[in-house]
Design a protein around this ligand. Structure first.
Ligand code: NAP
Length: 500
């Protein structure tokens, strides 16, 4: 069932991990926004689940504080928090689920929820299988309305573990009931990729290997590993960022126009891109991928320690905090066009941008002493700023026919006049409406793990002797520049591409 934008379905939302960081920072503020915008039905209730023994009042106070800290607004907050209930719960105990069923049925009647239930798993992935199994076994999903499961990343650690997890979950929920979160897909400008491509006559005809020379996707963070050392040591940037967010953006950039804007059509076009990804394995890994790890350095003039000095990180850690790679999509449209991706922690600037570089025109007729004509670029700014910039050449004012590059800018706040909604707000709304387009299908997860596993196999079996190989506050190791240099390209300097 898919509801249109105006309709707001009734629903019970059960959040596993309700006392955790994600719920506090993202889920409660997003639900509150939906509530104040009238995008969530008045017929809703939330059950928060955690281990600690909280009362409903303590939980409501926690939600109130989270909303206040995130948004600073309190309008109708009392009415909002009155919909929140708490259950102390041990995820492996049968009894806990029986209590959950009783509370769910009771709230269903009290709020007229029509048996519609969303289960949001904001917990460590090792619990996903147990929770879904128990929800079904103890009858919590036996209600007359829709039953949907929202799952946070990471979905597995590699292909075999993702397959095992999927098999376990599928025993209780069908594929169309599963909403795998990749919060990048909820970002305004990521969703805009399709519109820019398919709603503009000037781009789609050029969107291929005849006119595009390369595409660069950068997602850089200023933060280091912070207190997530235990998780990150086993994950690294390849699993944490490339397997999901970066590959998803590449799929949206490279997919064929869908015949219709339906979930199935869009997802199947993305799957076709992932099937065309050239596998990189064995000896080739070093030719296509570069890994980095940050050492001590300076961020905004402040000295910061290296990755190996963080808590729960090995002194000789072989974990990458930076990845640069060249992806090739072996199909008619993209043969020969490199998609360069790059992501890392403790980089010079926090930014996610896509740069589409068009091929040079056949000859330069203009007088540009010592300078080649600048290539046309289309820059899609994903975060923190949102917008697009088109780099063109125009005539320099004056007598000579000399050219100068200019930028045509569009910042999304110019159009909307307000901040665009948080990714989580959009994704929660999509899930309530039954629109799974911006969630990851199992086939996509499977194909991207299969691609990434070949690279991690090599990296895990060989110690990178030069780690740490980039200082905090830089744009990564030198080898990442050489990766493009050998193809005759360079990374477009992120700071100089900003919307002005
Ligand atoms: P977190 O702060 O460590 O919270 C974990 C939650 O799980 C707490 O509410 C905890 O409740 C509950 N919990 C742990 N063991 C439990 C058990 N045996 N029974 C019942 N509840 C239990 O974790 P988080 O940062 O919110 O992350 C949650 C999930 O989201 C993870 O999969 C993470 O990878 C993913 N994620 C997080 C973020 C983020 O920004 N934080 C971003 C993307 C994805 P008690 O403490 O009360 O026991």
């Amino acid at each position: 069932m898919t509801l249109n934008n105006q309709q707001t379905p009734s629903s019970l939302i059960t959040i596993f991990g309700a006392t955790g960081d994600l719920a506090k920072r993202k889920l409660y503020p997003s639900l509150y926004h939906l509530f104040t915008k009238g995008k969530i039905s008045k017929h809703f209730a939330v059950i928060g689940i955690g281990r600690r023994e909280w009362s409903n009042e303590t939980f409501q106070e926690h939600v109130r504080t989270s909303v206040h800290n995130a948004i600073g607004s309190n309008e109708n907050i009392e009415e909002f928090v009155s919909h929140f209930y708490y259950q102390a719960h041990d995820v492996s105990s049968d009894e806990s689920y029986r209590e959950l069923k009783t509370l769910s049925d009771q709230l269903d009647e009290q709020y007229q929820l029509e048996g519609n239930r969303i289960f949001y798993l904001a917990m460590a992935p090792e619990f996903f299988g147990t929770i879904t199994e128990q929800l079904k076994k103890q009858g919590v999903t036996d209600a007359k309305g829709f039953q949907r499961l929202v799952i946070e990343k990471p979905f597995g650690h590699d292909l075999p573990s993702a397959e095992a997890l999927n098999k376990q979950i599928r025993e209780s929920f069908s594929e169309d009931q599963i909403y795998r979160i990749d919060h990048y897909l909820g970002k305004e400008m990521v969703q805009n990729i399709e519109v820019i491509r398919f709603a503009n006559a000037m781009f789609e005809p050029l969107w291929n290997n005849r006119y595009i020379s390369n595409i660069q996707v950068t997602s850089s963070e200023e933060l280091g590993v912070e207190d997530r050392g235990r998780y990150y040591e086993k994950s690294g940037a390849l699993r944490d960022m490339v397997q999901n967010h970066l590959i998803q953006m590449v799929a949206l950039l490279a997919m064929e126009p869908p015949i219709k804007l339906t979930t199935d059509e869009i997802r199947s076009e993305k799957v076709r891109v992932l099937r065309s990804l050239r596998p990189i394995e064995g000896e080739e890994v070093k030719d296509y991928f570069v890994r980095g790890q940050y050492g001590p350095g300076k961020m905004h003039e402040q000295a910061v320690p290296g990755y190996r000095e963080a808590d729960n990180v090995d002194d000789e850690s072989n974990t990458e905090t930076f990845v640069a790679g060249k992806l090739m999509i072996d199909n008619f449209r993209w043969a020969g066009v490199p998609f360069y991706i790059r992501t890392g922690k403790r980089m010079e600037t926090k930014s996610t941008k896509i740069v589409v570089q068009f091929k040079d025109i056949p000859m330069n007729l203009y007088y540009n002493p010592g300078k080649p004509l600048a290539p046309n670029l289309l820059v899609i700014h994903i975060q923190p700023e949102e917008g697009i910039t088109l780099h063109l050449n125009v005539k320099k004012t004056g007598q000579d026919i000399e050219t100068t590059p200019v930028k045509l800018n569009f910042a999304s706040h110019d159009l909307d006049g307000i901040n665009t909604p948080e990714a989580y707000e959009k994704l929660l709304h999509d899930c309530l409406r039954g629109d799974a387009t911006n969630f990851t299908l199992w086939d996509e997860v499977k194909l991207s793990w299969a691609f990434v596993d070949k690279i991690s196999e090599i990296w895990e079996s060989t110690q990178q002797e030069d780690f740490p190989n980039y200082p905090a506050g830089s744009m990564g190791p030198k080898a990442a520049d050489e990766l493009l240099d050998k193809d005759g390209f360079n990374w477009w300097p992120i700071g100089k591409l900003d919307v002005e």
